[in-house]
Design a protein around this ligand. Sequence first.
Ligand SMILES: Cc1cc2nc3c(=O)[nH]c(=O)nc-3n(C[C@H](O)[C@H](O)[C@H](O)COP(=O)(O)OP(=O)(O)OC[C@H]3O[C@@H](n4cnc5c(N)ncnc54)[C@H](O)[C@@H]3O)c2cc1C
Length: 385
Amino acid sequence: MDRQYDCLVVGCGFAGAVAARELAERAGKKVLVIEKRPHIGGGAYDFVNDDTVLVHRYGPHIFHTASGRVFEYLKRFTRFREYSHEVLADVHGRLIPVPFNLNSLEAAFGTQKGDRLKEKLVGAYGMGRRVAISELRGQTDGELRELYEYVYNNIFLYYTQKQWGLSPDEIDPSVTARVPVLIAHDNRYFQDPYQGMPLDGYTRLFENLLRHPNIDLRLNTDSGAVISLLGTQILFDGAPFSGIVVYTGAADEFFGYRFGRLHYRTLDFVFETYDRTWYQQKGTVNYTVDRDYTRITEFKHLTGQQIDGKTTIMKEYPREYTGSADETPYYPVAGEESGRLYEKYKDLAGKIDRFYLLGRLAEYKYYNMDAVVERALSLCDRILG
Ligand SMILES: Cc1cc2nc3c(=O)[nH]c(=O)nc-3n(C[C@H](O)[C@H](O)[C@H](O)COP(=O)(O)OP(=O)(O)OC[C@H]3O[C@@H](n4cnc5c(N)ncnc54)[C@H](O)[C@@H]3O)c2cc1C
């Protein structure tokens, strides 16, 4: 190898790409990004399929954040198209806006009862509030309690069971308690002040992030093939490496699963293209009372792409992650046991000089994209002082 690197970054999703850019740009470090997939972008990767539709390979990604710093930072690398995501729940063929809000009342109960419930909700809590359904359960009014039952049974229960592979009695009551009813005529899925979609797609955003003379990229390379550990010493291509290593893959994998495997859920994505302009009314329809898939997303709603007579949708089928080579860990499964196991890997990582775990997999937390960007920026603030 003819070039010395100051930093190795494993993984080229938001965590890795932002860290690489910061280390290269702010501190003039020479950075090598190592990515096992044949493409950049991590979970946010998008591409144009054979039917000319821009699709998200690993599930629909909608950008939203409350962080001005993150939004301004990303605006250096992409323009955003204005987009507020909307989701409908298919309840036995009836389409109900979620999160459940005042518009959902009419869709679920018809005009008369919907109006009555609206009056009761506004009377009890005031306009604009976000009420956890657990609060409705405690109401003396029978119709408000019925609303709780409706939302719990028709919007929340089966969807959550499918997503996490749980039986109803395994569902954590504290999660149920947080399911919201929004007392406003607001169908937006996210209420963050900054939301939108990268105008030319996520992959283009990543190309711009990585376009820097101090950044090299090696695709199709598992870090295990070039980085190893001898005690607490990192070896790169067999020789001791004393620079910075930012690792954004799964923590248990890096340490050879020595304490056991972390618990994840995975997803199978099924794409279908139809010879019609639109498939469904909104970006995402959640199947909350039936079907094996959790939701269907139609990408053109998200991307704003104008194509007549063709559209591509994606169905998501959740299942257990078993660790086989063709699976990707998508959702860390929170729990005391997983938490304890993860702490062991984190402690081990802490013993390695200038080695940092960063991002959704490495930190074993369900971070959204903006949170990962924020984590990467603040890690680099810390490293670079
Ligand atoms: C179905 C789904 C939908 C989502 N929707 C949204 C959304 O709408 N909005 C939102 O904000 N967030 C969403 N997210 C979350 C978003 O995907 C994550 O926040 C983001 O991808 C995390 O970035 P990351 O860099 O930490 O991880 P990743 O994007 O997973 O990147 C990690 C990269 O490291 C690579 N890697 C791992 N191990 C190794 C190794 N040993 N060697 C080399 N490379 C390795 C992987 O191949 C991967 O490319 C969604 C997640 C899922 C699963």
